[in-house]
Design a protein around this ligand. Structure first.
Ligand SMILES: Cc1cc2nc3c(=O)[nH]c(=O)nc-3n(C[C@H](O)[C@H](O)[C@H](O)COP(=O)(O)OP(=O)(O)OC[C@H]3O[C@@H](n4cnc5c(N)ncnc54)[C@H](O)[C@@H]3O)c2cc1C
Length: 463
């Protein structure tokens, strides 16, 4: 069976690529205009319209809702947030605990809204299992486990090899950490259900409408300009294509493969009945889910970054990346050695220079944004959206500051990325260093993290 390569993602295989909604017909006015129809843009429209039903909200999407990472991700709806540890250093431990608790609650919030809106997104709340397969990974796993517990996750548990195997029999596992704050989702079913809910509420959504320029009170497109007191940028990995934003967030690639459905026999060998999302402690880490229709979807880093912050061509993925992900799959689950990879694709995520997600509304200009989630935006985008709702309400005099607007990621500023070719060389070098470090750690017996990886972490601003 030939592997389908690109075509946005496997998550569209069942339904096909949707026909786009009507583009913007000409100049228009709104109270809030949202640029980008991924989870961030749609959740923001959802919560704002629910809070203030008379608001005129317009979403402008360059292609179709779910074209970006929201239609391509690994379906880990989980409580990780990029930058929490740095926020602890900047704002104190308690502020970071509040952020973490808000993230824990966000997983439940998405599950709640999906049920309330009748969105069947194959959700299974089986938590997150992160495994280690080398002494160095195990040492990092223990430290990671302790850190997460210190940020208030008292329900997280450390598992030995045998306990971990009772959940998922991933070969070579020497230990694992499990948290209940995670769920497996079908990314596109969630996205499309959310888009439908937003339209039911009365939000206007225009697709095939790329915003070429954002300036105070204006979102400019080739078809006309939407004027609104608030313009919210929700373009994540595509942000570099917006005028003036080239070096704001780096578009980092992530790539995925999905197998054909596995036989009942293979599932007996592998286990994985609890629907946990599965990850590891490698520097170039992987993430995986057992899909509702009995496949394994597994992702990781392929070609990490393309010169000049170019994004992608509908998810096409290099053969080398597909082969590398397949190799990881078979190493973890030897039973899949003869199984076909049905689909491979890639997408871009947004990486700020300090790897910290943030949300902001500039009260003097009415310009706002949310993102820079690095690899964990499925849940974080929901927290960001509720925060943007509160910031807009506060600014427009319809509400006050809330617990969400007080969280430490609100209003965070960071410097821009270096110009090319430094950006390209830096990111490529970092991932080459990570891959080398992973190989050495797997082959060795030392519990110490490979020094090259430590150095790459420091240089890249990741830790
Ligand atoms: C392969 C992959 C796997 C991932 N796996 C996970 C995971 O398992 N768990 C997790 O938590 N996170 C994961 N992520 C990250 C997560 O998917 C994203 O953080 C999240 O979807 C971001 O949502 P968003 O709405 O901010 O951005 P996007 O979904 O990228 O949406 C941005 C939208 O803006 C549109 N747009 C861009 N430019 C313009 C413009 N100029 N005008 C108008 N519209 C524009 C785009 O077409 C796009 O639809 C993954 C990402 C990738 C790529």
């Amino acid at each position: 069976m030939a592997t389908v390569n690109g075509g946005i993602s496997f998550w569209y295989a069942g339904t096909g690529i949707p026909l786009p909604r009507e583009p913007l017909p000409g100049d228009a006015e709104a109270d809030v205009v949202i640029v980008g129809g991924g989870y961030t843009g749609l959740w923001t429209a959802y919560y704002l319209k629910q809070a203030v039903p008379f608001l005129r909200i317009t979403v402008l999407e360059a292609k179709f809702c779910g074209y970006g990472a929201s239609g391509r991700n690994g379906g880990w709806l989980y409580n990780g947030i990029a930058g929490r540890d740095r926020y602890a250093k900047l704002h104190g431990h308690d502020a970071a605990v509040a952020l973490q608790q808000a993230m824990n609650a966000t997983v439940d919030e998405v599950v709640r809204v999906a049920a309330a809106e009748g969105i069947d997104a194959d959700i299974q709340q089986g938590g997150v299992l992160e495994v280690a397969y080398s002494p160095a990974q195990l040492a990092r796993l223990r430290a990671y486990h302790e850190r997460e517990t210190a940020f208030g996750e008292k329900d997280r548990v450390l598992l030995g090899a045998a306990e971990s195997a009772r959940r998922i029999r991933a070969a070579g596992t020497v230990g694992a950490s499990w948290t209940p704050h995670g769920a497996r989702v079908h990314p596109v079913k969630l996205l499309q259900g959310l888009a439908a809910a937003v339209e039911r509420l009365g939000v206007t959504v225009h697709e095939s409408t790329a915003v070429t320029e954002i300036r105070p009170k204006h979102a400019v497109t080739p078809y006309g300009t939407v004027r609104a007191p608030y313009v919210l940028r929700c373009t994540e990995g595509f942000t570099a294509s917006v005028k003036g934003q080239r070096r704001t967030w780096l578009p980092m690639n992530s790539s995925m493969i999905v197998t054909e459905p596995l036989s009942a026999r293979m599932w007996e060998t592998i286990g994985w009945e609890g629907g946990e999302t599965l990850g590891d402690l490698a520097h170039a880490y992987i993430y995986a889910q057992r899909t509702a229709d009995g496949r394994i979807a597994l992702g990781g880093r392929g070609v990490p970054y393309r010169f000049g912050s170019r994004t992608d061509n509908d998810g096409r993925t290099s053969e080398r990346t597909v082969a590398a992900l397949r190799e990881v799959l078979v190493r973890l689950f030897p039973a899949t050695a003869g199984v076909a990879v049905e689909h491979a694709w890639s997408g871009v995520l947004g990486v700020p220079r300090d790897w910290c997600a943030s949300v902001q509304l500039d009260r003097t200009t009415g310009l706002g944004w949310a993102g820079g989630y690095v690899g964990s935006g499925v849940a974080t985008s929901n927290l960001a959206a509720r925060t943007l709702r509160d910031l807009v309400q506060q600014d427009s005099g319809q509400g006050h500051g809330t617990e969400l607007t007080a969280l430490p990621w609100v209003g965070h500023q960071v410097r821009r990325w270096e110009p090319e070719p430094l950006r390209w060389a830096g990111v490529r070098g970092m991932y080459a260093a990570y891959r080398g470090a992973d190989r050495r750690e797997l082959a060795g017996r030392s519990a110490a993290t490979d020094p090259v990886a430590r150095y790459a972490d420091r240089l890249s601003g990741r830790h």
